[in-house]
Design a protein around this ligand. Structure first.
Ligand SMILES: Cc1cc2nc3c(=O)[nH]c(=O)nc-3n(C[C@H](O)[C@H](O)[C@H](O)COP(=O)(O)OP(=O)(O)OC[C@H]3O[C@@H](n4cnc5c(N)ncnc54)[C@H](O)[C@@H]3O)c2cc1C
Length: 472
């Protein structure tokens, strides 16, 4: 068998000419498309799955983190994230949890307060439908079940994104391109340099096939946890006892669960599968099978041994693998751990994260290297616009989890609220790129931040301090 084959050049129909093509409809891509369309740009949003929301909906990671301060009052990410959160609450598909009145643990994080309690849990299907409406109202066109598979370049500028779906190959002409695939797919296809995983061995943090369980007895669970610990209960003792009895077959040893919008329904973010690569099709396929198998095993163990889970059922297993880390772009500016620890802020800050270090060890899936090294948890991590800029492609920008940061800084920045802040900044920046015309690197930072602030985004610490109410 030949190692490669040569495919003859083919004629590809041009779907249309757009100001901006956004590849990937996750948190970053949705915010980018909404922001770009609201700037008056003709925007096409291309999503590989059949719904918007990315990991939050198709991946069943239905809990936006990093956008509200631990006091559950201040918005650390404003703009489109805050708008979607409030619209979700209004529709009854999202919640803004508050600490429990009795001071006990909150089932949205199993602590009385903290960064998980300050998350925004939502109903995955309800949120996907809300995103359909908000994106359509903004005026962006959407293509579902469509992947960006190649680009055509003229020098350092992308002229067309090549798409593939049921219609075959199509080209979308674009003045600006936003790569919100999470994996920097478009950057890689464009020949931009990227990094994969850990510097020393390219291993990546574990993947998870996420599931939702219903028919959980939340009251019993809460009473059980309140009687034991108020410090982020993760059932370590119970799991270690089961391991000794040979009844816990997994290499991870924490039960992580978050109550969603209904009291008896929980997101179970427990499996941590090691040795997989989210940029490798065969590896993703193996992880899906292992993830489904372990979900069923876990359900049986929880029903047999865990208070509150006796009658639990699997409501849904994600159709999209939960990949925490793949490629990171390489640009001219990298945000480092030292920057974050020094509390540095930047002239081009376009948002913040309120979430801390969280990048499980690639080989020891329940271990967090930054916690083991006792690195101080930052209250706020700034997002400089320049971390979104890949080297080598003038009209391409990469908001979301593929940004140019020192690997551990992915912890605070990969969660979904900051990804939305980045997406919104990319969409607003695209207006300057299209109208000037300029490169994304040539965008006027001050004008970008002013426009973001006008639209309700948080772009300075002063913006956070100026807020005074949970729904303001
Ligand atoms: C198991 C797990 C648990 C997590 N827990 C939380 C949590 O509780 N809260 C939180 O806020 N964050 C959490 N995260 C992190 C967070 O979900 C992601 O880092 C975040 O969703 C990244 O946003 P994004 O927009 O960059 O990418 P994604 O959410 O991954 O969205 C990318 C989108 O692009 C699409 N796509 C990919 N490639 C292509 C292509 N070539 N063409 C077209 N479309 C494409 C995908 O289908 C997807 O919809 C978790 C992640 C995992 C894996």
């Amino acid at each position: 068998m030949n190692k490669t084959i040569h495919q003859p050049v083919r004629e590809i129909p041009v779907l249309g000419a757009y100001d901006v093509v956004v590849c990937g409809g996750g948190p970053a891509g949705c915010a980018a498309a909404i922001a770009a369309a609201r700037q008056g740009l003709q925007a096409l949003l291309v999503e590989g799955q059949g719904q918007l929301g990315g990991m939050g909906t198709s991946g069943l990671v239905s809990h936006w983190l990093g956008g509200r301060a631990n006091n559950c009052r201040d918005w650390v990410v404003g703009g489109i994230f805050k708008e979607l959160s409030l619209a979700g609450v209004e529709r009854g598909v999202a919640l803004l949890p508050q600490p429990e009145p009795d001071g006990g643990v909150c089932p949205h994080g199993w602590k009385p307060r903290g960064q998980l309690v300050a998350g925004v849990p939502f109903d995955a299907f309800g949120m996907a439908a809300l995103l359909d409406d908000v994106v359509a109202a903004a005026g962006a066109e959407v293509l579902f079940c469509t992947r960006a598979v190649d680009v055509v370049k003229d020098g350092d500028t992308i002229t067309h994104v090549i798409l593939h779906n049921k219609s075959g190959f199509q080209a979308a002409a674009a003045k600006a391109v936003i790569d919100a695939t999470g994996d920097a797919d478009v950057a890689a296809l464009s020949g931009c340099p990227t990094l994969l995983g850990r510097e020393e061995d390219r291993l990546m943090t574990p993947v998870t096939l996420q599931m939702h369980m219903d028919h959980v007895d939340a009251a019993a669970l809460k009473a059980y946890v309140n009687a034991r610990s108020q410090n982020g209960y993760r059932w370590l003792d119970e799991i270690q006892a089961l391991m000794k009895q040979g009844e816990w077959p997994f290499s991870y040893d924490r039960l992580i669960s978050v109550q969603l919008t209904e009291e008896d329904t929980f997101m179970v973010n427990t499996s941590r599968l090691t040795g997989f690569d989210g940029t490798d099709g065969a590896s993703i396929s193996r992880a899906m099978v292992q993830g489904r198998r372990e979900s069923l095993q876990l359900l049986a163990i929880l029903r047999k041994h865990f208070v509150g889970f006796e009658h639990a059922r699997i409501k849904a297993i994600a159709p999209l693998l939960g990949v925490r880390e793949t490629r990171r772009i390489v640009g001219d500016f990298q945000l480092t751990v030292a920057d974050v620890l020094a509390g540095r802020d930047f002239a081009d800050t376009i948002g913040y994260s309120a979430y801390g270090w969280d990048l499980p060890d690639p080989k020891r899936p329940s271990h967090q290297p930054m916690h083991e090294k006792k690195v101080k948890t930052p209250a706020l991590t700034p997002i400089p616009y320049r971390v979104l800029l890949p080297r080598g492609c003038a009209n391409l920008i990469c908001p979301g989890r593929a940004v140019h940061v020192e690997r551990d800084v992915l912890g605070p920045l990969r969660v979904m609220a900051p990804c939305m802040a980045m997406g919104e900044a990319a969409g607003v920046a695209a207006a300057q790129v299209v109208r000037s015309p300029a490169a994304f690197a040539g965008v006027d930072f001050a004008a970008l931040r002013a426009e973001l602030r006008r639209r309700g985004a948080v772009v300075s610490q002063q913006d956070i301090n100026n807020q005074d109410s949970v729904t303001s």
